[in-house]
Design a protein around this ligand. Sequence first.
Ligand code: NAX
Length: 320
Amino acid sequence: MSMTQPVKVTVTGAAGNIAYSLLWRIAAGDVFGKDTPVDLALLEIPAVVEKAEGVAMELRDSALPLVNSITVTDDLKVAFEDASAAFLVGSRPRSKGMERADLLEANGAIFTEQGKAINDYAARDVRVLVVGNPANTNALIAAHSAPDLDNSQFNALMRLDHNRTLGQLAAKTGKATKDFSKIAVWGNHSATQFPDIAFSNAEVDEQWYREEMIPKVAKRGAEIIEVRGSSSAASAASAAVDHMHDWVHGTEDWRTAAVPSDGSYGVDEGLICGFPTICRDGKWEIVQGLELSDFQKERIEASVQELREEREAVAHLLKG
Ligand code: NAX
């Protein structure tokens, strides 16, 4: 197998839970391919950068053949310079008593400065996947802060919601996840999201789908915390790998990606929203021409309305 040039991949929040799984999957070639070496850049905040050094030590100890170099830093320029892909995982968690508006504000600052640094230093064809919550609005802020890049280069992770939907359908029917096609999760990565199976080949009871499956998928993050004692980490990393893999290599079937809206299905242009998409030649295309029922329209509108409210709450960061 002939080796290609190394690609630089930046992972923020490198000392955190998701990164602890994600970095190894990237290093194993699960995103860019088994013939593509990677230069890994691990970004952390100064208080935690030493812990990220420990993660880098373990990566070295794994002697992974595709790892060309590992850089640990709290410097945005060092982290993003010439990066071809960036996983923006690090964000401010909601602390006790913190309002959603405060959370949006604290994260707004992080994603403004990271968007600017990506704008100034990353490769011109960089792909940026925002994982840190509130992911859709953080991605909106980062895209806005990078005026020299196309906003289509900024996505938010909703593949976990997609994969959770597949997992529930497989468990219910006894089929394998790969047996289902044309699944999508519309809207925001939050409890308002709309997992949609209307166009799929899944044959399940409508009442189960509406009353059990939709809330189960939408609240799965909270359920994992309750049962596992900490938030989704390996599944989130796995979904991030799936998203970036498909962005690079393309897809045949539908995938859920939160991408900037082009106005399709009444979603305001620019909002970063979960849609049914297909990826061709490195570009996500929103599946067109779907006839939506009133139920689908209502569910999509409710989640998009939440995205509008989040955008409103950070409007001061989106000026200029
Ligand atoms: P952790 O708290 O374990 O790790 C986050 C790390 O980010 C910390 O080490 C922190 O120091 C670092 N960090 C904070 N600000 C930073 C900055 N400005 N630059 C670089 N690093 C910074 O969280 P983890 O479990 O890894 O989750 C990370 C994020 O993913 C959270 O916001 C979480 O809510 C979000 N999630 C998103 C999901 C999705 O599907 N979109 C699902 C899983 C997860 O809930």
